[in-house]
Design a protein around this ligand. Structure first.
Ligand SMILES: [Zn+2]
Length: 289
């Protein structure tokens, strides 16, 4: 056998087999190392089917729109622990929060996914942007090894450095196509666009921070947060420059108390009450400005 053929068999053949399996939708076995761990997938980008999710709640078009994003879904279970999967926790919490906001009646609300399906990280904020969201909340649950005592929730906003970099990328990409906070980009020079995006991103950052502080205030004494619960990171779902966005890590599925809080009706009610209050106050303050 020539070395070329060797190369094909050793390097390319497994790749072809694996992509063939993925292409035909076959399930690849997931190794289980006798412990709970986070499953992470590298997913190809794919364009959404163009169908936007339904908006529930207030009839008035001017009513603020909250988009809730249930993390993970479909073949990406997220964190796994105590017999629960992150993708199920996030969807249940998202649906419960939506129902309460709809019942309360003054806001509009939509979910990025309403069932067990997979969305890419890019699609999630993009859905919020296309719907014209005023606030984006991505729900997640954390995982640590089963020996770990880690518990408690944390909330992420985009870090300043990541925020500036994301603004530059966004300005480049959207330069001649899009609108941002009502400002049309068309006809603007690249420099002006970049400045406008940066300003918009900074404003969104400020508002995201204010929203986090409200959640922490409303959750004090009623919801278990880790110390310094407001964190900053470069997370893809927080990249929309024109929508205040937070990622809420609601607790650790690997911690039994957290897992109970995340899956019990009482725990869910506490979460929904805290979030509804924070969201209501957030928009009430904005309307006063
Ligand atoms: Zn997650």
């Amino acid at each position: 056998m020539t070395w070329r053929l060797h190369l094909v068999l050793v390097v390319l053949l497994p790749l072809v087999v694996i992509s063939g399996l993925i292409g035909t939708g076959a399930k690849l076995p997931i190794p289980y190392f006798d412990r709970e761990y986070v499953l992470r997938f590298l997913l190809p980008d794919y364009p959404g089917n163009g169908e936007l999710p339904q908006i529930f709640g207030a009839e008035e078009k001017e009513a603020p729109l909250v988009v809730i994003d249930a993390g993970h879904g479909g073949r990406d279970p997220g964190a796994v622990g105590h017999g629960v999967m992150e993708k199920d926790i996030t969807l249940t919490l998202a649906l419960a929060l939506r129902d309460e906001l709809v019942r309360e009646g003054s806001l509009r609300v939509a979910l990025t996914r309403e069932d067990d399906r997979l969305l890419t990280l890019k699609e999630r904020p993009e859905i919020a942007r296309q719907l014209g969201a005023d606030l984006f909340i991505s729900l997640h649950a954390d995982s640590a090894g089963e020996q770990s005592e880690l518990s408690g929730a944390s909330i992420y906003t985009l870090s300043d450095r990541a925020s500036s970099a994301a603004a530059v990328r966004f300005a480049r990409r959207e330069n001649d196509a899009d609108r941002l906070n009502g400002i049309t980009f068309e006809g603007q020079s690249a420099e002006v666009s970049a400045i406008l995006v940066d300003l918009s991103q900074r404003r969104s950052q400020e508002q995201s921070g204010e929203f986090v502080e409200l959640i922490l205030r409303e959750g004090e004494g009623v919801y278990d947060f880790i110390s310094d619960a407001h964190r900053a990171a470069d997370l893809m779902v927080l990249h929309a420059p024109d929508i205040p966005s937070v990622l809420f890590e609601t607790g650790f599925v690997t911690n039994s108390e957290d897992a109970h809080r995340l899956t019990s009706p009482e725990g869910r009610e506490g979460f929904v009450r805290m979030m509804t209050q924070a969201i209501r106050i957030y928009f009430a303050r904005l309307s006063e400005v």
